[in-house]
Design a protein around this ligand. Sequence first.
Ligand SMILES: Nc1nc2c([nH]c(=O)n2[C@@H]2O[C@H](COP(=O)(O)OP(=O)(O)OP(=O)(O)O)[C@@H](O)[C@H]2O)c(=O)[nH]1
Length: 157
Amino acid sequence: MSASIVTGPAQPGDRVPVEVAVGVLVQRDASGQEAAFLLTSRPEGKVYAGYWEFPGGKLEAGETVHQALRRELQEELGITIGQSHPWQQLVMDYPHARVRLHFHKVFDWTGEFEMRERQSMAWETLPVVSHPVLPGTIPVLQWFAAERSFVGPTHRD
Ligand SMILES: Nc1nc2c([nH]c(=O)n2[C@@H]2O[C@H](COP(=O)(O)OP(=O)(O)OP(=O)(O)O)[C@@H](O)[C@H]2O)c(=O)[nH]1
């Protein structure tokens, strides 16, 4: 399976990207600094099953990214998010789809985590130990590395 990051403007003949809301849940440490972030594994039966990613899913008609995120995290993890903060966007081209990923950071949520799709979850810091990570997760780890002045491999190959 090959996947690539799309850079530059759309070209004639390109597939129209599917819009995807992705939640980057971040804990803060005692001094208020951003600390661990949540990764979840893709459930059995989906493409890239078992790969680690940030929780989220496709926007439904008429939804904003925030609304989609709130719905998806309720459905998948059983939590209710408060505000979400737009952070980064990325277009990825997979054999199965072209997706535009809208990453929002989330610092506030309520409820207990329930793995409603029998996925796994892990609170991670850099370098990430969960393995393997989804291709679309790797740029996010690089953004975290830049924000945190982290040097070295962000994950295992
Ligand atoms: N949720 C999520 N999807 C990601 C990430 N990175 C990434 O490339 N993707 C891609 O974005 C798409 C999201 O689809 P999904 O299968 O998670 O969404 P969904 O729950 O709405 O799918 P469904 O149609 O099976 O119900 C997949 O093609 C997935 O490979 C990520 O960090 N989180």
